[in-house]
Design a protein around this ligand. Structure first.
Ligand SMILES: Nc1ncnc2c1ncn2[C@@H]1O[C@H](COP(=O)(O)OP(=O)(O)OP(=O)(O)O)[C@@H](O)[C@H]1O
Ligand SMILES: [Mg+2]
Length: 374
């Protein structure tokens, strides 16, 4: 699947724009504040029905005084034999999505129009708390129908268990039998999600290593760890993971009751990304952290190819903090991907062989600069 046409109306500073992206690489060059991220945001919103930036439609709608355009996005998507018309419009701030003129939900969009985004905020997955790293891996898990149930079942059982603990705390009454039945399910789902995350990290690892060696040469050796209550568990069997969950649940039962919420489970785990034996969160340079998270996104694309998916790759400001040689290697590597890619940058990337188009973005206007088919 690739995007054959993008039309925007009244979305941030893009106002009215229309163009036909290249099925391979599309590079957008523009000064700070001219609309590069806004353009990637339109694609992201069209693929997921929500933005990766904070705020709602009130912030997206073009705020130019003289503009009273409706906020609307229209895309033509193509795959081997089919063409789909996708339209998202906001009327009185209520979102409506139409696929081939039929009203659909955001869930349907995820199936027909998969995207993977790298934005400057992606770096937070390394720099910030464990929730960001869990989200990073859970997003990959939930992108596949085969693995998304590990996440959804766990989330549901966590919600029920938390509700039970909260109500027990508030009422001062504890129903042991009900807790046991909730807990058995919860611990099993948590152990399954943990094993699925570890399995996925093992599957992504060779792709991450390949992408890292293409960007950095062989100077950085990648590894990962999965951490459950300070224990390194990546080599544990599913049975050992479940046993550990059960033991922790017994240990923490009283604390959970007085806290009124679950202290054991996959929502408390962490993932450590390691370069040359050191945790990249504390030891990695800015460029190394950026390179690693980028390699993770490349790995996600390659993994999704294996699953039969062809996600569109959105890379916002991906080249900053990489030196010229690494930029060139990265763009050349990306050009070998058989999927559509959108890259934004403030500078022209010279001397790089790409199979694709260069565009300028100037005060929200998108113009084809150069069509290259090397
Ligand atoms: N609702 C809106 N209506 C009109 N303009 C908007 C709206 N929201 C944001 N903008 C404008 O969009 C511009 C920011 O665009 P964007 O974030 O795409 O810039 P950019 O090209 O990615 O810049 P940088 O290189 O700094 O990341 C700002 O000038 C901002 O004023
Ligand atoms: Mg930007």
């Amino acid at each position: 699947m690739y995007i054959n046409q993008i039309k925007t109306f009244g979305f941030r500073n893009l106002e009215v724009s229309e163009f036909n992206p290249n099925p391979n690489v599309n590079i957008f060059i523009g000064k700070n504040g001219h609309g590069k991220t806004n353009l990637l945001e339109t694609i992201y919103v069209a693929s997921k029905g929500k933005s990766f930036r904070p705020g709602k439609i009130a912030e997206w709608r073009c705020q130019k005084v003289e503009s009273n355009l409706p906020c609307k996005l229209e895309f033509i998507l193509k795959d081997n034999n089919h063409s789909h018309k996708l339209k998202i419009l906001w009327e009185e701030d209520k979102k409506q999505i139409f696929l081939d003129e039929k009203k659909v939900t955001s869930g349907k969009l995820l199936q027909v129009f998969p995207t993977i985004l790298f934005s400057p905020e992606s770096l937070l997955s390394i720099k910030e708390g464990s929730d960001k790293r869990r989200t990073l891996i859970d997003e990959v898990l939930t992108s596949s129908i085969k693995t998304q149930h590990f996440y959804t079942q766990y989330k549901k059982s966590l919600k029920s268990r938390n509700r039970f603990l909260k109500e027990s705390k508030e009422s001062g009454q504890f129903n042991e039998i009900l807790f046991k039945s909730l807990n058995v399910l919860f611990l099993n789902f948590s152990a399954q999600l943990t094993a699925a995350r570890i399995d996925l990290l093992f599957k992504l690892s060779p792709h991450i290593k390949k992408a890292m060696s293409l960007i950095f040469g062989n100077e950085l050796k990648f590894d990962f760890e999965y951490i459950v209550s300070d224990r390194l568990v990546k080599s544990w069997s599913p049975k050992e993971i479940l046993d550990h969950h059960e033991a922790r649940s017994v240990e923490l039962k009283n604390a959970e009751l007085s806290y009124g919420s679950s202290l054991v489970g996959a929502h408390k785990h962490d993932i450590k990304f390691i370069l040359n034996g050191q945790d990249v969160r504390y030891f990695g340079s800015q460029g190394q952290q950026r390179g690693l998270i980028l390699a993770f996104k490349m790995a996600e694309v390659l993994y999704r190819f294996e699953q039969g998916d062809k996600p569109v790759l959105l890379l916002d400001d991906v080249l900053s903090e990489l030196d010229l040689e690494k930029r060139q290697k990265l763009v050349e590597f990306l050009s070998t991907f058989e999927t559509q890619i959108f890259i934004t940058t403030t500078d022209f990337i010279d001397d790089v062989k790409i199979n694709g188009d260069y565009y300028n973005i100037n005060l929200g206007h998108i113009e084809l600069n150069q069509r290259r088919n090397d």
